[in-house]
Design a binder for this molecule. Sequence first.
Ligand SMILES: [Zn+2]
Ligand SMILES: [Zn+2]
Length: 244
Amino acid sequence: MKKRKKASLTLEAAMILPVYMAALLALVSLLLMNLTAMRIQADLLNMSEELAVSLADGCHISVGQIEDRLKDMLTDEDLKFIDKGKDGIDMSGSVIREGEYINLHLSCDLVPLTGFFGILRVPFSRGCLTHIWCGYEKPYFPDEEIVYITNDSEVYHRDRECSHIRLTVRATSPDEVTYLRNRSGGRYRPCSLCHSRLSDGRLYVAVEGDRYHNTLTCSGLKRTVRAVRISQVTDRRPCSRCGR
Ligand SMILES: [Zn+2]
Ligand SMILES: [Zn+2]
């Protein structure tokens, strides 16, 4: 009797173990696939930032060249999780507007483990929008402090990186924009500069602004920052965040 019980336990273990191992393998494989997705996204971001600087220097690059460069950045380990490897990556939806912005778009199918779970395919797509670097050099006045001003405000900033200078732009849709609120809780109204321009269906708003724009390149979405000597801004008050 005792012997039979022991035997059935061994039999159960022998049946459960493979199922358990398969489940564990599936879980590990899904986690690794997610890591690959995160690395692709990081590569896309790094590349976009690098291009924003090199394109400002007058370099020219095609979408095809960008795609080749991104494929080279991926490790063999990552390519295992991409359906058809390098051939499965498509970046043809990317747009480069020289002097303005780079909108990278990548899509592919991710597979948890080639061969083993080949039947499961997860469509993956990521976009990354970066303004081309517009240059900034601090003027040199050894005897006087330099501060930063914008035309749309009455303050000056001691810190060039002050968050009150920066414009946070986000893409939205005509449906969403009606209930979206800006930083001061106000609604967005159409921009008079670009409302008649052709739209691709997307709208753009700045968290700090009160207009929505049809195009990302509208001058109403830009903020010009000037560096001036502090003696030139006697009519302005210091910024509440960085003015001390
Ligand atoms: Zn400030
Ligand atoms: Zn506009």
